[in-house]
Design a protein around this ligand. Structure first.
Ligand code: T4K
Length: 429
């Protein structure tokens, strides 16, 4: 992966119009345009908060900034409790434990692998349910046939911040006596049916990883209106300590540090600006790619609150080149588009080895995993960048099969152009 300073870098001017770097022209950008470039809020406020942490000399274990951050996250989500954690994966693990899940839990294979791993690391079998090809979320029509006597819960994911079929899943969970949880890592400040995400099911979890719309460097949270679940989650987050030296439960260390909360609070304060930028970017991609054969920008529901932190395009057969070919074209231009969430959790370890092949047939997920490409957005790109990126995609589609046959086959994932001597690794996908 290529690191660089905060400056966005130049777009090439020497490049011939309509040229492509995969065909030998200069790359469109001399520095990478990333999918997950962190949004940074007001630096002065961040630094002042960090000074405060140092002045107080209270760095973690129930500091005031974590408490304040929890209050803000609960308020944004419209719930009584937010329990901040050191990352989104621990938020998931703690929520799963606090909700008492065991045995089998039905979940989606089309998600970041942390969703499945959180279950599996607690000794729970994730039972994958294929997704709805339109929503990209767990298909409620297929959930019920997966319920067995060992099933204790359903774990939905609001992928891209687009809500799951919350009502249908709630109904199924109620009828079968299952706990319902949501991995809302992409869905802070988003709504479903006009209600804020965070208040559905027994609990929901967020990720505040650096690449997320609101970040705390690393971080996460469990949000819930269930007082007892919140209390258990707080215990588990802090080794099971109920008091100064009373251990009442099997716990872990899932605590958020004060500097992380400093970043989280500062980032949250800028969320309206980040949202506005994401909305503009999404609209610019839609305009730039309108009419490009075989390329569809995955839409968000205008009736809901959305942060649009992911710009995802679907590449279909009529584009004349595959999603992977298009990714290669873009990487050569220093546009580090990502194949989120290829190949799907059902096709990676340990699930692909542990589970019966028949139970891993996920045609809708397989199809999406081969067709979706996530493009750079957030405060790290501007309208001109998006215009250039859309132009590259348009040109690649124009050249179509001609271009595809000229591309060297790549194995494994592509590396960015001009890697820094300090690194040089392609990120795993
Ligand atoms: N559930 C879901 C549905 C999730 O999406 C995630 C995380 C989780 C659970 C677990 O939450 P956490 O435990 O992570 O809080 C990234 C993130 O690491 C991960 O948090 C996120 N989902 C996932 C969708 O994306 P990678 O493997 O793509 O990260 P990486 O290092 O390749 O970075 C992505 C891009 O961002 C690169 O082009 C580089 C750029 N970048 C990254 C960092 C960290 C920067 O420019 N600056 C940075 O500081 O997983």
């Amino acid at each position: 992966m290529q690191y660089e300073s905060g400056t966005p870098g130049r777009r090439r001017s020497s490049r011939s119009r309509g040229g492509l770097a995969v065909l030998g022209d200069d790359p469109a950008f001399d520095r990478p345009r990333h999918v997950g470039r962190p949004n940074i809020g007001d630096r002065d406020k961040l630094m002042a908060r960090i000074e405060g942490v140092l002045d107080r000399n209270w760095l973690t274990n129930g500091g005031p900034l974590v408490e304040e951050f929890e209050g803000e996250v609960a308020a944004v989500s419209g719930v009584r409790h937010a329990i901040a954690t050191c990352n989104g994966t621990l938020a998931l693990e703690i929520a799963i434990s606090a909700a008492g899940l065991a045995g089998e839990v039905i979940t989606t294979p089309f998600t970041f692998v942390a969703t499945a791993h959180a279950l599996r690391r607690l000794g729970i079998t994730p039972v994958f349910c294929d997704v709805d090809p339109v929503t990209h979320n767990i298909d409620p029509a297929q959930v019920e046939r997966l319920v067995t006597p060992r099933t204790t819960g359903i774990l939905g994911v609001h992928l891209w911040g687009r809500p799951c079929a919350v009502d249908e899943l709630t109904d199924i969970a109620d009828r079968h006596g299952l706990r319902l949880l949501f991995d809302a890592s992409h869905a802070l400040a988003c709504s479903s049916g006009g209600r804020m995400i965070g208040g559905f099911g027994a609990a929901e979890t967020f990720s505040f990883h650096a690449t997320k719309f609101v970040n705390s460097f690393e971080g996460g949270a469990i949000v819930t209106d269930d007082d007892a679940l919140a209390e258990r989650a707080r215990l588990i987050r802090n080794f099971g300590f109920a008091d100064y030296d009373q251990v009442r439960a099997l716990g872990t260390n899932g605590k958020m540090a004060e500097v992380a909360a400093a970043m989280g609070l500062t980032s949250l304060e800028s969320r309206d600006r980040f949202t506005a930028v994401n909305h503009q970017n999404h609209a610019a991609y839609r305009t730039g790619l309108a009419g490009v054969q075989g390329i569809e920008v995955v839409p968000y529901d205008d009736e809901e609150l959305t942060t649009r932190q992911y710009v995802v395009v679907e590449v279909d057969e009529t584009a004349g080149l595959s999603r992977d070919d298009l990714q290669e074209v873009l990487w050569a231009e220093n546009v580090l588009a990502r194949r989120y969430f290829y190949p799907g959790c059902h096709r990676v370890e340990p699930y692909v080895t542990e589970q019966d092949e028949q139970r891993l047939l996920m045609p809708a997920t397989d199809r999406l995993a081969h067709r979706l490409l996530t493009l750079p957005t957030g405060t790290g790109v501007d309208a001109t960048d998006i215009d250039v990126i859309a132009g590259i995609i348009e040109r690649a589609v124009e050249l179509g099969p001609l271009l595809a046959s000229a591309l060297p086959r790549r194995q494994p994932a592509p590396t960015p152009v001009a890697p820094m001597p300090s690194d040089g690794q392609a990120s795993p996908e």
